[in-house]
Design a protein around this ligand. Structure first.
Ligand code: FUB
Length: 342
């Protein structure tokens, strides 16, 4: 049965941006929180962090997750329900390990869970599983999405009903091995170290109407600086690393992402779901812990940032999901959140 944790705080009673910035769940560890509002209720699709004793390395081998649970809330600051296992790696015919950051979508009465995992050859692919309930259990497709690779899928549905998957992550996420959408195992485990060339690009692909395949070959997303030049591989403060998340506000598309080894969540704004996107600033300063991974959703007219950190566990691979309000300036820029300051 679902377990419900106590309310994390009453937003009306405690002012300030950080008032909710305490773990949403304290007895299990959840990271990479992808939040969605379905039928007025908030659902979070996070990674489920576990301690397997795998030592930390630069490929994220310590993130040896095996299953997913869905979290839900009726109101900001209300009790958080942890639903039973929604999908386990043992149920996925093609997957062998590393159930990393998932996302979800809804269309025509069906809920879709998208998730990256190592296939039997240790190559990251992206899978999809379906359910009639937002909390699962989800039934996986027998094969990964054709033409999918790397990690951190997130699916954005535009106001015209078209859905797009954004994905990719470098280093342990293997995106550097997929230049031209073909896998090259001889490429190493880090950046390409081509500091004066455009950085490795995240990918986007429109989804088929049944939400189970790509309707096109993944396209490279152009991330530009304010003068319209590509962000370069050596620009670790701003280049894409992982954790793509796209939303639309005021007719503009916001492509947000983690800068990885500089630990920030950055954002870039464009006029099309395909980009190009111009770097505009930062959503979130570094949190405690190596990874920084987030989602942004509008709920009842307010915008919310979901993120994680390691304050509860003090361990990189045992992260806790949190939420806080996200505020915009009149010109559409985002007021950067400092997770250490309310
Ligand atoms: O949770 C495993 C990985 O850590 C995610 O896929 C990355 O985005 C990072 O948060």
């Amino acid at each position: 049965a679902p377990a419900t944790t106590p309310a994390v705080g009453d937003p009306a009673a405690v002012p300030g941006r950080g008032y909710l910035a305490q773990p949403l769940v304290r007895d299990l560890f959840f990271a990479d929180p992808s939040a969605h509002v379905f039928n007025g209720k908030l659902y979070i699709y996070p990674s489920h962090d576990i301690d397997t004793g795998v030592p930390d390395d630069d490929l994220g081998s310590q993130y040896a997750m095996r299953d997913y649970h869905v979290l839900s809330m009726d109101r900001p600051g209300g009790p958080v329900t942890v639903h039973p296992v929604a999908l386990d790696v043992a149920q996925v015919p093609w997957a062998s390990a590393r159930m990393w950051a998932p996302d979800a979508a809804y269309k025509n009465g069906t809920y879709y869970l998208y998730f990256p995992a190592h296939d039997r050859d240790g190559v990251f692919r992206i899978g999809v599983a379906t359910s009639q309930s937002p909390t699962g259990p989800f039934t996986p497709e027998a094969e990964p999405i054709r033409g999918s690779f790397s990690i951190d899928p997130s699916v954005f549905t535009d106001t015209d009903g078209g859905s797009y998957m954004y994905f990719g992550g470098i280093w342990g996420g293997q995106l550097q091995r997929w230049q031209g959408n073909r896998y090259d195992a001889s490429v190493g485990d880090t950046d390409l170290r081509q500091d004066d060339r455009p950085a490795i690009a995240p990918r986007v692909a429109r989804m088929t109407p049944d939400m189970k395949q790509f309707a096109e070959a993944p396209r490279e997303i152009q991330l530009l600086d304010q003068s319209g030049q590509p962000i370069l591989g050596g620009d670790h403060e701003r280049r894409f690393f992982e954790a793509a998340w796209t939303f639309k506000r005021g007719g503009k598309y916001y492509f947000t992402y983690s800068t990885g080894d500089t630990h920030r969540i950055a954002y870039a704004i464009g006029d099309s779901p395909y980009g190009p996107f111009r770097f505009t600033g930062f959503v979130l300063e570094p949190v405690q812990g190596w990874t920084n991974h987030h989602s942004i959703v509008e709920w009842d007219g307010r915008w919310w940032l979901f993120y994680h950190d390691t304050q509860l566990s003090q361990r990189n691979h045992l992260r806790s999901a949190k939420m806080t309000e996200l505020r915009f300036n009149a010109d559409g820029t985002i007021q950067t959140v400092n997770p250490f300051r309310n």
